[in-house]
Design a binder for this molecule. Structure first.
Ligand code: LMR
Length: 398
């Protein structure tokens, strides 16, 4: 059976992280995979999450199956956290939420739903987009193509080009949008630009599939949800993939949700039945633990306040690190201006240096960033920032 099977190339993000783990250089620096690290290089458990987890475990009397769609408290609270309580009330039974194994599971279940409707159009993704969007959605049977988004010359979104491309998309196609903190570029559209995008989606009868993996990592929990909230308020059909990996720090617990908004409660019910059927044939039901923690935490006002305070600290620290990197690089060399690093949002940005320099940073200094030049801002620290500034400036001016 397996005599002829060939080993596949490593995943561009997880593979680089593994290479980093194996590197014996004591001075190595990991700016690859999107994981938050504190000043000591640890990925701590949020203290509110730890307390919620303990209370959950203490109160748990059984390990029997949870409802297949997920913990009801989780489903209720996660929809309200993302879309707000009044918007969820307004949508009523037109909105359904199903827990999934992480944001990847949500994307995959959304893709399975699209395939099950007989959808034959294309899913349009930003150029560039998160590397895993392609295999994740294509292997469900969807066909992907790109719309223009990031312009390396202006080191930001070329919004005119984006809008022009969206206006050409055939009616009924699906447009994948990053809810906030665009991965990999960190370049987001403004609220006014979201309004314009939503108008085009409405005019052209396009269906948004909004990937929200970093709510609270950009400008704030509500600010980061502007686009997705406007989309559900204004459009008849919306798909959402939500992740709790980053904002609750639940990476390994694989906690996410797919949300479906259809024109009627009847359609939503039918769509949900297809998601549940897809889950059943792929993995039956999502792991419970992470959703149990989030549901418990968000049901408790004190824990919720504590978590929001911690999340704010994480966001502010990342903004401080961005600022520090931009200023440090601008002062240390004059070949490139790095102001855009301070302007970008969330966990990532493109450093925009030549690809050869990325490889030199890895080979000569054990500084790991993706070949696209994406860096994980949360991999920076007060300690390693001066080293990174020095090394990047050195390779740039060699
Ligand atoms: C990333 O982009 O680094 C994260 O979303 C982790 C992952 O699974 O790729």
């Amino acid at each position: 059976m397996f005599h002829t099977i060939e080993t596949l190339p490593a995943d561009p993000i997880l593979g680089l992280n593994q290479t980093f783990q194996k590197d014996n250089n004591p001075e190595k620096i990991n700016l690859s995979v999107g994981v938050y690290q504190n000043a000591s290089g640890q990925t701590p458990i949020f203290s509110a999450v730890k307390k919620a987890e303990q209370q959950l475990i203490d109160g748990q009397m059984t390990k029997t199956y949870a409802p297949q769609a997920g913990d009801p408290a989780f489903l209720d609270h996660i929809a309200r956290l993302l879309l707000s309580t009044p918007v969820v009330a307004q949508l009523g039974d037109r909105l359904a939420t199903v827990m999934t194994p992480g944001g990847c599971g949500a994307l995959r279940m959304g893709a399975e739903l699209l395939v099950s409707t007989g959808f034959k159009g294309k899913v349009w993704v930003s150029n560039p987009t998160w590397a895993n969007h392609f295999p994740l959605l294509q292997s469900a049977g969807l066909s992907l193509t790109t719309y223009r988004y990031y312009d390396a010359n202006i080191r930001g979104v070329d919004f005119a080009a984006m809008l022009e491309d969206l206006q050409q998309i055939p009616e009924g196609d699906v447009v994948l949008l990053h809810g906030c903190c665009h991965n990999p570029t960190g370049a987001d559209i403004t609220p006014e630009q979201w309004d314009q995008v939503i108008n085009v989606l409405a005019e052209r009868k396009l269906v948004p599939f909004i990937d929200v993996a970093y709510q609270g990592f950009g400008q704030g929990l509500d600010e980061d949800a502007y686009g997705v909230r406007q989309a559900v308020a204004k459009l008849p059909e919306v798909l959402i993939a939500n992740s709790c990996s980053k904002n609750f720090g639940l990476y390994r617990e694989r906690t996410g949700a797919v949300m479906m908004l259809c024109e009627s409660a009847k359609q939503t019910n039918a769509a949900k039945s297809h998601v549940m059927s897809a889950a059943r044939r792929c993995y039956s039901m999502s792991p419970y633990h992470g959703g149990g923690i989030v549901g418990h935490l968000l049901s408790d006002d004190v824990l919720t306040v504590e978590w929001k305070t911690e999340l704010n600290q994480v966001r502010e620290r990342m903004q401080m690190l961005r600022q520090g990197l931009a200023e440090g690089l601008n002062q240390a060399q004059s070949k490139m201006n790095f102001d855009f690093v301070a302007r970008s949002n969330g966990m990532f940005c493109y450093l925009g240096i030549p690809r050869d320099d990325v490889l030199t940073l890895r080979s000569d200094f054990a500084i790991y960033l993706l070949e696209s030049t994406r860096i994980n801002i949360a991999g920076l620290s007060e300690d390693n920032l001066p080293v990174i500034v020095e090394r990047v400036s050195e390779v740039l001016t060699r």
